[in-house]
Design a protein. Structure first.
Length: 331
């Protein structure tokens, strides 16, 4: 993909060694500059981000942009079209667990290798749009790097702060699209909003507004100053899989605060007899949870986060050299 000043192109990228394609819109401003990638559809049934990217591709024009905005409409396009579970249907693997990829591996591994070489290797920032899974509800939150080089972690956090999500989650993950980008030196975030396979207009608009604010804060758009937002940091996430198969009865909702030792839900057998209770290990907030009645042993059930102390949000903002976050644009 070559830079062409004042251009907007719809491109279909072919993944070598597979029949998979990725629909892309590339928007180039009048002069070369940084590149930002906005991606969606890593998980095929997370529709809010996919629709947000479609609309951003329609709305953004070259005259509005400084540098390059690359929009990946749907990374797992084959899964999107076939409405597969959130895996690549050709081999049943989760793309967000396949990095680093393998050009000679399975279809998903080849897709991951392609994204690593062609996207991560040619972008300065990455914003990956996600939602809760097909049977998951969540409260909007953002994952930012906590396991990359300090300067990458710092920039990742600053990008996260440009969103309107109430909760920012420190992440030590290394094998997802966004997290592996961090390992490669590219600051990235995951923005989570929406879920349950639903397409709600207010959530689409919120994703669009957050992406635009990120573009303003990073200097890709200059139509308005970047808005400043208030957040709370999740310093540690607890991701609980179901200990048994059965019927799941959550007691909480995404966004609810919890106390240590509080019951979060219970599993009963198909006859309604209690099997086990699920209790919180810390004081915190529910990030997302399964909403289906049936649940399988070993599958995701509920996730919650331990809140950091007030003031810890800006840990990466003041380094040894006394660097400070700029008001509207980052270096």
């Amino acid at each position: 993909m070559n830079y062409e000043p004042n251009s907007k192109k719809h491109i279909v990228l072919s993944v070598p060694g597979t029949d998979m394609t990725i629909p892309v819109t590339m928007i180039c401003g009048g002069a070369p500059g940084n590149t930002i990638t906005i991606s969606a559809g890593v998980h095929s049934r997370e529709y809010i981000g996919i629709e947000a990217v479609i609309r951003l591709a329609q709305e953004l024009e070259p005259g509005m942009v400084q540098g390059t905005v690359l929009l990946l409409h749907c990374c797992n396009y084959a899964g999107f079209i076939s409405r597969s579970s959130d895996v690549v249907p050709l081999d049943g693997k989760n793309l967000n667990r396949a990095f680093p990829g393998d050009r000679n591996g399975t279809q998903t591994q080849r897709l991951a290798a392609f994204l690593e070489a062609e996207i991560i290797g040619n972008t300065d920032y990455l914003v990956d749009l996600h939602s809760g899974g097909f049977c998951e509800a969540l409260t909007p939150h953002v994952y930012f790097h906590d396991a990359a080089e300090p300067k990458v972690c710092k920039m990742s956090q600053q990008i996260a702060e440009l969103t309107s999500a109430a909760y920012l989650v420190r992440s030590t993950s290394k094998n997802g699209f966004y997290s592996y980008a961090g390992q490669c030196g590219v600051p990235a975030i995951i923005l989570e909003r929406g879920g349950s396979g639903l397409l709600h207009e207010d959530e689409v608009l919120a994703d669009i507004a957050d992406v635009k604010n990120i573009l303003r804060g990073l200097g890709f758009l200059s139509d308005a100053p970047a808005a400043q937002n208030i957040h709370k940091v999740i310093q540690k996430g607890y991701y609980v899989d179901s200990p048994v198969s059965g019927c799941w009865y959550p007691r909480k909702h995404p966004g609810d605060r919890i106390n240590k030792g509080e019951i979060l839900g219970e599993i009963r057998d198909i006859y309604g007899a209690p099997v086990c209770g699920i209790y919180g290990e810390t004081e915190g907030v529910i990030l997302y949870q399964t909403i289906s009645l049936g649940i399988e042993k070993g599958k995701p059930m509920i996730a919650y986060g331990e809140l950091a102390e007030e003031g810890s949000l800006h840990e990466y903002k003041n380094g040894a050299a006394g660097e400070e976050l700029l008001d509207t644009a980052f270096p």
